[in-house]
Design a protein around this ligand. Structure first.
Ligand code: MG
Length: 254
């Protein structure tokens, strides 16, 4: 009986002590976007080979976009894709919202080509911004970084607000860029805790820019990445209000 009383008393004292301690802790300032934006060192500019030519997918790939058919995609409300499809590409139609694959994926190899608008306007994050989200949660940034500096962990080829690309091999606006992505999904235990981080390797125009990079958590514009347990998820293409185009999208499940 005494033992129980002592245990309960000790627990009560711990709670009181913790509350008293809480009152003495300083309140951290609210996070603002600039707190997770890093501008140096700027990745070296590399002139890539001209990859502005269509190479067909391998025989075992799932074709997600062949230049005409958007039936593998939908908006978040399940409606048909409203983006513009013309000349073998689909282009963001601002304010229609992001699109996602109807199918969910785990580990995969993804090939996707993107083009910044040939009419250059805006600076930093406001120029040719879109993005490709792995499992709907982790953004590989798409941005016109040709002669356009921005924070390095937000430039083309970054894992947005997490990892800067190793170098900057983007093509001029109006020319096609090629991403080849190898993605390993994070693993979670049954209780929802993390078993292993997600990993991503990315080549941009044939140049390695992410080398088995650890994905720290969800993509957040304000604040730090969060670890949220999840299963398979879609590929999501971002509507950031800029006329970014995509073509030749295929995926191989691993
Ligand atoms: Mg983006």
């Amino acid at each position: 009986m005494n033992k129980i009383y002592v245990t309960i008393s000790a627990a009560f004292l711990c709670i009181v002590f913790a509350q008293a301690q809480d009152k003495n802790y300083p309140t951290p300032p609210p996070m603002v976007p600039e707190m997770t934006e890093f501008w140096t060192p700027q990745p070296e500019i590399v002139t890539p080979a001209d990859m502005d030519r269509l190479v067909p997918p391998p025989s075992d790939a799932i074709v997600l976009f062949d230049g005409q058919n958007t039936s593998e995609w939908e908006h978040n409300d399940g409606s048909a894709v409203k983006w513009d499809v013309a000349d073998g590409a689909m282009t963001v139609k601002p304010k229609t919202g992001e699109i996602r694959t109807k199918k969910n994926f785990g580990d995969f190899q993804l090939h996707i080509e993107w083009r910044s608008p040939s009419v250059v306007k805006g600076t930093s994050q406001g120029r040719g911004n879109s993005g490709i989200f792995m499992q709907g949660k982790y953004e590989l940034q798409v941005l016109d970084n040709y002669d356009n500096e921005t924070y390095v962990n937000g430039q083309a080829g970054s894992i947005y607000k997490q990892s800067a690309p190793l170098v900057n091999p983007v093509q001029k606006p109006g020319k096609w860029n090629v991403y080849d992505v190898i993605y390993t999904a994070p693993r979670f235990k049954e209780d929802g805790s993390l078993e292993s981080h997600g990993r991503i390797t990315v080549l941009l125009n044939g140049v390695l820019i992410q080398n088995n990079t650890i994905i720290l958590g969800t993509t957040e514009y304000i604040g730090l990445p969060k670890m949220v347990p999840h299963g398979d998820g879609p590929i999501v293409l971002q509507d950031h209000g800029d006329l970014v185009s995509f073509r030749n999208i295929w995926i191989r499940e691993l």
